[in-house]
Design a protein around this ligand. Structure first.
Ligand SMILES: Nc1ncnc2c1ncn2[C@@H]1O[C@H](COP(=O)(O)OP(=O)(O)OP(=O)(O)O)[C@@H](O)[C@H]1O
Ligand SMILES: [Mg+2]
Length: 287
């Protein structure tokens, strides 16, 4: 079976005094985009590390339950097969730069080079990713001399270029300005359209509302809420877990308190306009 299945997963770090993941049950369907959200320390990074097999392959500790990748337990996967199946962008982009390449172009090519891909193919793929992410202007720079935001984009490029089936991004826009952030989301969306499975840890809720298929809310190592993005983010109670709803949802919820009841609660700008127009026409107002 393709996809990721997580069953009754609990985990405690070797140095920890208590569990940081409690009885997690989650199905990740192939080709869909999942956003992991929640307050700091909720277990998002830890859960990503379990999914990519880093826990328990490298990080021991006390693990129970199952994580199946395409039906096979993550512990039974060969680590290099798993690394090709899944690409992971770290929360801290500084840890992702190899340190052995002198230009951004070569840095992005590094992974494909290690796989023994033909040079002309590498060049073409790297060039495509560079234009996709709009980083042509730094392609000849030394990766160690980039700003945090530039490093973050190069780290993302070096993973995307490998075209793994599953892409896990742990806060890939934390150091980016709004335009850079939007570009990353567009690039992730293109990966989704290519059939990739996306797991994204992110706090920027307006963009999650726009792009993600499903939202998983984590707090204290537990899944507090999971479901379709439009369901999770239109629920007033989702705020109880430290998640800020979008301004479109908040406005609609306020309207409801004044007895202005729209047909459904929107989460994005375009949906909000649609819902408002419908509501106004029901009131006999011409938009
Ligand atoms: N290497 C480690 N050893 C022991 N405990 C750890 C380790 N890494 C994380 N933890 C603990 O596990 C819990 C979950 O941390 P995790 O990093 O998964 O949270 P997060 O949701 O990714 O938070 P953030 O939003 O700050 O990135 C926290 O209580 C944290 O202190
Ligand atoms: Mg984290």
């Amino acid at each position: 079976m393709s996809g990721i299945e997580i069953r009754n997963l609990s985990y405690q770090y070797p140095t920890g005094s208590e569990k940081v993941l409690h009885n997690i049950n989650l199905n990740i369907e192939s080709g869909k985009f999942y956003a992991f959200v929640g307050v700091n320390g909720g277990g998002k990074t830890t859960l990503c590390n379990v999914i990519r097999g880093f826990i328990p392959h490298f990080f021991k500790g006390d693990i129970s339950g199952e994580v199946l990748i395409d039906g096979k337990d993550v512990r039974d996967w060969d680590t290099s097969d798993l690394a090709q199946k899944m690409g992971f962008v770290f929360q801290n982009p500084f840890t992702q730069i190899s340190g052995v390449k002198e230009t951004v172009f070569d840095e992005i090519a590094f992974g494909l080079e290690n796989l023994g891909v033909e040079v002309s193919v590498i060049k073409q793929k790297v060039q495509e990713i560079i234009s996709l992410l709009g980083i042509g202007y730094i392609q000849d720079k030394n990766p160690n001399e980039l700003s945090g935001g530039q490093k973050q984009r190069v780290a993302l490029a070096s993973i995307i270029v490998m075209e793994p089936d599953i892409l896990i991004f742990d806060e890939p826009t934390s150091q980016l300005d709004p335009q850079g952030t939007e570009e990353i989301f567009k690039a992730i969306d293109i990966m989704k359209k290519k059939g990739k499975t996306i797991i994204l840890v992110e706090h920027k809720i307006e963009l999650i509302a726009e792009y993600a298929d499903y939202v998983i809310v984590l707090q204290d190592g537990q899944i507090m809420r999971q479901g379709r993005t439009e369901d999770v983010l239109s629920h007033e109670d989702t705020q109880d877990y430290g998640i800020g709803l979008t301004q479109y949802t908040l406005l609609d919820l306020q309207m409801r308190k004044h007895n202005m009841i729209t047909e459904r609660i929107p989460i994005t700008e375009s949906d909000s306009i649609k819902v408002m127009k419908e509501w106004m026409s029901l009131q006999g107002v011409k938009a």
